[in-house]
Design a binder for this molecule. Structure first.
Ligand SMILES: Cc1ncc(COP(=O)(O)O)c(C=O)c1O
Length: 429
């Protein structure tokens, strides 16, 4: 297979005509698929329908500590649900708080608290500062970036490497600039590349010197148990333990939820942090709520029992997801490999596949797909301010469509990737 950049102008024109003919053919097929967000599919929910039967009008609604889940109480969550998250995140009871249905809303709220009150001991509220900057490993999760953009922070993109964010760049920036107050991280099966941070990366996060005394690592472990291959699970070093060893346990807040384990938007979310930060968070939170939905916590705790119960369920979920990831990755291999027009990462878990098309082509590819009936995440969405400086990254969300739908969508995506690359090369030659 020759690299497209080696083709002559005439060969490229010929290829362009052929690709265009195939594209027009696709347009005539009336496809209508939305692959813009990483949503679970219905069969994933079918796997867990038993959870709804764990409680009925005859069930005891007392939690393990005897409190009535129908009433106020257990402000930081019922013990059996706290135990689930403590086991998942490797933290202790006094370091964990179970909230409502969404980890993203906890992150939004935590940043708000840092702005209004300061969360770390002695931290000045960031609203008093002229400038707050935040590091954004990119490609990354668009909604993280949107939170800090909405609050008016200056967002600084950080390159991703195979081991996580480029730590040379991170260390250099945070050591010299006091207005850099934090960083967004998805440490396991990152959104969208599926990269898991290496032990060395985690240790460097814990040990790095920060000019800001109130620097905060927003450690969103959204895909902590979302392994595609039960025999080959990635492990992330425990960031809170590493921060304790390095002498600054207050620099991290950890987040997780069951949105991609049980019900998206109707699961349970939690955060963890040092006991000191937790005390401060509890004081602030006690004004905003008397407590979260303990009946849903109870449902989750009774259904899963413990982390083993979650892992068994996630392994069943992986059986549904593996063929979908394989469909996309096989198509990339078959249709794009060796042409010098695209690169991708084979993730071992998580919810996404990240495709880098030829520089300057992502918007065009997404636009071409849309005109032929397949909606992808907007090009640029995986970067701060929605601007991908190389206009090359496309986030593919393979979980929601069926395998036959994915086969069609990815065939079209590959065709559009080729078409946009050939258009670009024709302009150069
Ligand atoms: C990295 C990451 N964090 C958080 C979320 C949202 O989680 P929740 O539903 O708990 O708000 C998502 C959803 O796609 C995600 O990819």
């Amino acid at each position: 297979m020759s690299q497209y950049s080696e083709l002559s102008h005439v060969e490229l024109e010929h290829l362009h005509r052929e690709l265009m003919r195939r594209y027009e053919d696709w347009k005539g097929r009336g496809l209508s698929l939305d692959m813009s967000r990483g949503k679970p599919a219905g069969d994933q929910f079918d796997l867990i329908s038993g959870m709804l039967d764990t409680l009925d009008s005859k069930s005891s609604l007392k939690s393990a500590d005897g409190s009535d889940c129908r009433n106020y109480g257990d402000f930081d969550g019922i013990p059996e649900c706290k135990a689930l998250f403590c086991e998942m995140l490797g933290v202790s009871f006094d370091e964990l708080f179970v909230c409502g249905n969404s980890s993203l809303s906890i992150m939004y709220d935590a940043i708000g608290k840092m702005i209004l009150h300061g969360v770390r001991k002695g931290a000045a509220p960031w609203c008093r500062l002229d400038k707050v900057k935040f590091l954004c490993p990119s490609p990354g999760y668009d909604r993280h970036f949107a939170i800090t953009e909405r609050y008016g922070f200056e967002l600084i993109p950080i390159e991703m490497t195979a081991e996580g964010p480029d730590m040379d760049q991170v260390e250099r920036l945070v050591a010299s600039d006091e207005s850099i107050k934090g960083i967004w991280c998805v440490p396991k099966y990152s959104n969208p590349q599926g990269i898991t941070y290496s032990d060395e990366t985690v240790r460097r996060f814990a040990r790095m010197k920060t000019a800001a005394k109130d620097f905060m690592i927003m450690w969103d472990n959204a895909y902590a148990v979302h392994d595609l291959y039960p025999g080959d699970r990635d492990q992330v070093l425990n960031i809170l333990d590493e921060c304790k060893k390095a002498g600054d346990p207050d620099r991290v807040m950890i987040f997780a939820s069951t949105s991609k384990i049980s019900y998206a938007g109707a699961g349970v979310a939690a955060f963890a942090c040092s006991a000191d930060n937790m005390q401060r968070m509890k004081k602030l939170m006690s004004i905003q709520t008397i407590g979260f939905d303990k009946i849903n916590m109870l449902r989750h705790a009774r259904y899963f029992g413990n982390l083993d119960g979650i892992m068994t369920h996630m392994d069943r979920q992986a059986q549904l997801l593996r063929p979908k990831f394989k469909t996309v990755l096989d198509a990339f291999e078959r249709r794009l490999a060796g042409k010098g027009i695209a690169e991708w990462v084979n993730p071992k878990g998580g919810y996404f596949i990240s495709l880098d098309v030829m520089d300057g082509c992502a918007k065009r590819v997404v636009g071409l797909c849309k005109s032929a009936g397949v909606v992808l995440t907007s090009a640029g969405a995986t970067f701060p301010y929605g601007i991908d400086p190389r206009d090359r990254n496309i986030r593919v969300a393979p979980t929601y469509p069926t395998v036959p739908e994915l086969e069609q969508a990815v065939a079209l995506l590959c065709l559009c990737t080729e078409l946009a690359a050939v258009e670009k090369l024709l302009l150069k030659k």
